[in-house]
Design a binder for this molecule. Structure first.
Ligand code: FES
Length: 137
């Protein structure tokens, strides 16, 4: 049976940016970004396929250009609806999709690989940097 967790109201997902939440996969927390499409939403894991330790949404929403998600590190652009990189050093790569659905005005996580953990970034995240630290203080 499919387990579903309510994430957020659809109207709280921005039109021109992303909404960040966290899921759990086993012992690991993973960040996911929600994007609002025309009457739908899509969810992508929050990393760039070019350098996988670079987040697209650094905590205040990913940058958008002409409806595409932009990686600010080297300028790659990704289609919001397909996750395809259409320009930049990882052109042809895809963002990793997370299954979500809309029901009665709310977005639900429906991906069997993940459990909903919470809203916002990972709990151990250092928001001062766009890259993951290597432990220590
Ligand atoms: S890290 Fe995203 S384009 Fe290079």
């Amino acid at each position: 049976m499919e387990s579903e967790s309510r994430i957020v109201d659809v109207e709280d997902v921005p039109d021109d940016s992303t909404f960040l939440f966290t899921v759990r996969e086993g012992f690991d927390e993973k960040e996911v970004l929600l994007v609002r499409l025309d009457g739908e939403v899509a969810a992508w894991r929050n990393y760039c396929p070019h350098w996988t330790d670079v987040r697209l949404d650094k905590g205040s929403g990913a940058e958008f250009r002409d409806g595409d998600i932009v990686c600010t590190r080297h300028g790659a652009t990704f289609e919001s609806d397909s996750g395809a990189c259409t320009h930049g050093p990882c052109e042809g790569a895809y963002l990793e999709e997370v299954d979500v659905t809309i029901r009665e005005g709310a977005v639900y996580l429906t991906d069997d690989d993940y459990e909903f953990e919470g809203l916002g970034p990972k709990s151990d995240r250092d928001l001062s940097s766009g890259r993951i630290g290597f432990g220590g203080s």
